[in-house]
Ligand binder design. Structure first.
Ligand code: XMP
Length: 510
């Protein structure tokens, strides 16, 4: 971390699943942080000159044979330390206290009462709701420590040795479910560690640009660009870091929304990168001919996508592969024991071909809202940065039954009208789109009978996209959209609105 002119907080990782959340809250408090293994020797830590250290939670008991420990000298560095969950137990154990199994383990929202105010708990008032998740607790405090908070089942929900600037909490202040958790971390940073708040997105960009340059050297980088937020922001930061050493391959599978391909191209044409648009519509449509089963459609598109990307990228042998992986992708890819509901594919899921000499993932530690902020700082247009999620297989999962160019064109027009009216009305939903059903219905236009498609509109509210509820789009907006679609899009006879939540439905129709 030499050469940085801002303060650094170290997050010492003992295997806790929330370590990135800690780093994120620290970033939100405008302090730079790095996550490093809990086993890092004290003499290395000293060289980094941190203003403070946070010990993460972890899945162990301090007495487990494989439990990660730390050197006792860690606590003699004269640097403020905050231990969280396992980090608290490790602090107590290392300094001569005792850790024991809980009489009653605590999982979930737990009321905690402050019994002794101090610099980090002052902000809580008397009581607060916290997230607890532990089966051990500190049963005897180390010398010099005092109990500062208790819960119904945990007599040491927090402890501190204030003169030595050592603090610990059994609950997780880094998660939103701990109501005032961010305030605790902020107090630790500002009132204990003496943070100046000298870190922001510009610093992130600067540090990442430097890191990318060091990693890549004079080699070339190939990025699969889908036009989604993550790959677009990855392209923008790479173009800044290694101008003219970057090729972005945009596979246009012909299932993008109206004008989307051109918008993506326009957003990148003035950047220092080689933008390659592979027009593969015919290839995809040919493969999809006669296919109606949703999983088969998804698989064909996923495979064809990889094939086109491989063909195109083979021209850049000896290059790095860049991916727009963000932190939630990293977590989700670790948890794969669940049943397959749908085979998702996206640009981030490309095979790690051996012909690439390495992987560049500049956004790996960031969350979606941070990626959007970064994109804005890098000068990407709002339409790109604020874009709602769009599935890798594109409109194919919104065009029920066999895919044809005619059906896709009908859907594109109707979907554009729907999005335009939602935007005009100033409505904000997490995802909203049109679906062309495979059903036809009888209607009348002028004096003639029509027999045309039924179109469904969907709008959902969700934060995690794992569940959702339907949005209550105002009737006047739905009426206007319906009227415009049946009048302006020849081939659509009827418009319906989908009121189903997830579960039992999914967000996309296929
Ligand atoms: P479902 O339909 O499973 O969708 O409720 C949940 C979220 O994921 C998006 N989605 C995809 N994203 N590749 C992606 O990158 C895919 O194959 C894919 N399928 C669905 C969907 O739009 C929603 O936001």
């Amino acid at each position: 971390m030499k050469g940085q002119d801002h303060q650094t907080l170290i997050v010492l990782d003992f295997g806790g699943q929330y370590k990135e959340l800690i780093a994120r809250v620290v970033r939100e408090c405008k302090v730079h942080s790095i996550i490093i293994p809990g086993s890092t020797p004290v003499k290395e830590l000293k060289k980094m000159n941190p203003i403070g250290i946070i010990l993460t939670g972890g899945p162990y008991s301090v007495y487990d044979a494989t439990a990660p420990h730390c050197e006792k000298e860690l606590f003699d560095m004269n640097i403020p330390i905050l231990g969280i969950c396992y980090g608290m137990q490790l602090m107590a154990y290392t300094l001569g206290g005792t850790v024991s199994p809980c009489n009653v383990s605590e999982y979930g929202d737990t009321k905690v009462t402050v019994t002794k105010k101090n610099k980090i708990l002052d902000c809580l008032g008397g009581e607060t709701i916290t997230l607890m998740s532990h089966t051990d607790y500190v049963s005897r405090l180390p010398e010099g420590f005092e109990t500062c908070a208790v819960s119904r089942d945990c007599p040491t929900a927090s402890m501190a040795d204030e003169p030595r600037n050592l603090y610990a909490v059994q609950f997780h202040p880094e998660v939103e479910r701990t109501k005032k958790g961010k305030k605790i971390i902020r107090s630790f940073l500002y009132d204990v560690c003496g943070a100046k708040g000298d870190y922001n997105m510009n610093d992130f960009i600067e540090a990442e640009v430097k890191r990318i340059r060091e990693q890549v050297g004079d080699k070339h980088v190939v990025l699969g660009l889908s036009g989604g937020v993550d790959s677009s922001v990855t392209a923008a930061i790479l173009a800044k870091a290694i101008p003219n050493q970057l090729t972005c391959i945009f596979v246009d599978h012909g299932m993008m929304r109206l004008n989307e391909g051109n918008e993506i191209e326009a957003a990148f044409k003035d950047r220092a990168l080689n933008f390659v648009r592979v027009d593969a519509e015919d290839r995809f449509l040919k493969k999809l001919q006669g296919i109606t089963e949703p999983e088969q459609k998804r698989k064909i598109i996923g495979e064809e996508f990889v094939r086109v990307f491989e063909e195109e990228s083979s021209k850049y042998e000896g290059s790095f592969l860049a991916q727009g992986t963000i932190y939630p992708d990293v977590i989700e890819s670790g948890a794969n024991n669940s049943a397959t509901i749908k085979s998702h594919h996206n640009v981030g899921g490309l095979p790690k071909e051996t012909k690439f000499i390495g992987l560049v993932e500049p956004l790996r530690g960031l969350f979606k809202d941070e990626v959007r902020k970064l994109g804005k700082k890098l000068g990407l247009p709002d339409e790109l940065v604020q874009r709602q999620p769009f599935p890798g297989p594109g409109l194919s999962v919104r065009c029920i039954g066999e895919i044809t160019k005619e059906k896709l064109d009908l859907l594109r027009k109707a979907d554009a009208i729907y999005r335009e009216e939602i935007n005009k009305a100033g409505l904000k939903y997490d995802q909203y789109f049109a679906v062309l059903t495979s059903m036809r219905s009888v209607g009348v236009m002028g004096d003639f009978r029509t027999y045309n498609y039924v179109l469904a509109l969907r709008a959902v509210i969700t934060s995690d996209f794992m569940t959702c509820e339907k949005a209550r789009v105002p009737y006047p907006v739905l009426e206007k959209v319906t009227s415009r679609i049946v009048n302006e899009v020849q081939g659509i006879a009827r418009v319906v609105y989908d009121l189903t939540g997830k579960p039992p439905a999914t967000i996309e129709w296929e």
